[in-house]
Ligand binder design. Structure first.
Ligand code: NAD
Length: 454
């Protein structure tokens, strides 16, 4: 049986990034992947969705320039070419991951791995022995077995549609539902979101959510919150989505129903019960080093719960690898979260409510894109919100709605992580003109010190 320092099951963002880093650190690594390197994120998740969203953002931008009579018309677009372009980007990235693993010296084994006792992994007829094993098997879409669920498509299928649907009902107003709803609405699909909870983005900064929702509504999406999907019926080539709203049954006839109601951990090749792997609810139970209860067996990414985000999986892989190498590792306290809607919504750290619950006295500053030189030049709507602690002036959290929010949040995340104070912000120099100036201005505004705000 061939011996390895590290066996990794699953080649998604958590698995592949840890495989590259471990091989670069000198470990003998084998990574097992039964489908495509890059996992959900690169193949049927984040990256292809962002390709679709980017084209939608461009279309909206062109439309706003048509309104200003700068462009004569918005022209035509090809949905087929968008889907083709999306696949080219996916293939390029997956090829890049393959090349990086190879050049780092990791062995990639294409096939379904089965974890056996004592850190042995079987793939087909071959067995491999690992000093350490990382389980990075990811997650898959949840299907709620409502009547007619087989008539729905999931997030994987929607990313492979051959034709732009004229209408679509999105069951679930979470991250996936919102991103795809916005992109398809911008393409011209008539979209209805059916969300069970009373509000969208319920755990985010209230003012930011209100601002964001007003912008999203401009895409013409019909948003039904507090609405529970009951069943889906066939109606020729169409579907009838039936949901309960304010005690009444309502029906929307549409071409596609997208079910986006969450993702569940994948245990392919991992018989947790037989192996004696501890669970935390539906997920594998891990400590802060991503160790499971089995010696030398780690779990990272969606299978281990926590934030179901690719960048969270990267960080978890880094924590596990540091533990294997016996090196110190301090993980950031907060994970930034971005929802790539139109406009983008990004946040990091605490909001007013969670700051209060943590014992702070939060004060909020804000700054609007309409008062920022770059925001105006780019014709963007948006707003930055910064939450600080009144007593210590430390930065506790940032929420950004608007263009480039997913980029600006990196700067904000550093400020929150390093707990920048009012004095720190006052001494900070930000390039002008730039959208990033708004993060500083909003932080200063928390103490009524913003220069460009009346
Ligand atoms: P989610 O948990 O974010 O949202 C699912 C929504 O479906 C919930 O709001 C829930 O109330 C609703 N719902 C459930 N049953 C319903 C019913 N019967 N009728 C109406 N609504 C119902 O899940 P998701 O959007 O599928 O995303 C899955 C995971 O993928 C998330 O954890 C997310 O973090 C991750 N993801 C992240 C990004 C990103 O970071 N940009 C993008 C896509 C996905």
């Amino acid at each position: 049986m061939e011996q390895f320092d590290l066996l990794i099951i699953g080649g998604g963002p958590g698995g592949y990034s840890t495989g590259i880093a471990a091989a670069k650190a000198g470990l003998k690594v084998a990574l097992f992947e039964k489908e495509h390197l890059g996992g959900t994120c690169l193949n049927v998740g984040c990256v292809p969705t962002k390709y679709l969203v980017d084209k939608a953002v461009t279309m909206e931008k062109v439309r706003s320039l048509v309104q200003k009579e700068i462009f004569r018309d918005a022209g035509f677009f090809s949905f087929k070419k968008i889907m083709k372009g999306k696949q080219e980007v996916v293939d390029k990235l997956v090829g890049g991951v393959k090349m990086l693993l190879k050049s780092a010296g990791a062995t990639v084994i294409n096939g379904e791995a089965v974890l056996e006792k004592d850190r042995t992994v079987r793939c087909g007829e071959t067995q491999y022995q690992g000093k350490n094993v990382i389980i990075a098997t990811g997650s898959e879409p949840v299907i709620i077995p409502i009547p007619g669920h087989e008539l729905c498509i999931d997030s994987t299928a929607v990313l492979n549609l051959e034709r732009l649907p004229e209408s679509m009902v999105v069951m679930g107003g979470g991250v996936i539902g919102l991103e795809l709803a916005c992109a398809f609405a911008a393409y011209g699909t008539e979209v209805t979101i059916v969300e069970m909870l009373p509000e969208l983005m319920g755990r985010e900064q209230k003012e930011a959510v209100r601002f964001w929702q007003n912008q999203v509504k401009k895409l013409g999406i019909s948003i039904k919150t507090g609405a529970k999907m009951l069943r889906v019926e066939a109606d020729g080539v169409y579907r009838k989505a039936v949901y309960e709203y304010k005690g009444q049954e309502e029906t929307v006839r549409c071409e596609q129903v997208l079910m986006a109601v969450g993702r569940k951990p994948r245990f392919d090749g991992i018989n947790a019960e037989a192996l004696g792997l501890g669970l935390n609810g539906r997920f594998l139970a891990v400590d802060e080093h991503q160790r499971t209860n089995l010696d030398g067996v780690y779990a990272i990414g969606d299978v281990a719960g926590g934030a179901q985000l690719a960048h969270a999986a990267y960080a978890e892989g880094e924590a596990a690898l540091a533990d294997i190498l016996g090196k110190p590792y301090t993980r950031a306290k907060y994970t930034p979260a971005c929802t790539y809607t139109l406009p983008c919504f990004a946040s990091v750290g605490l909001n007013t409510e969670t700051a209060k619950a943590a014992g702070y006295e939060p004060v909020m500053g804000s700054f609007n894109y309409a008062a920022n030189g770059m925001g105006l030049a780019e014709g963007e709507n948006g707003c930055v919100y910064v939450i600080c602690d009144k007593k210590t002036t430390k930065t506790l959290g940032v929420t950004i709605v608007g263009a480039n929010a997913s980029e600006l949040i990196a700067f904000a995340a550093l400020a929150v992580e390093k707990e920048l104070t009012l004095e720190d912000w006052e001494g900070q120099i930000v390039a002008h003109p730039s959208l990033a100036e708004m993060v500083r201005e909003a932080a200063l505004d928390a103490f009524k010190k913003a220069v460009h705000k009346g």
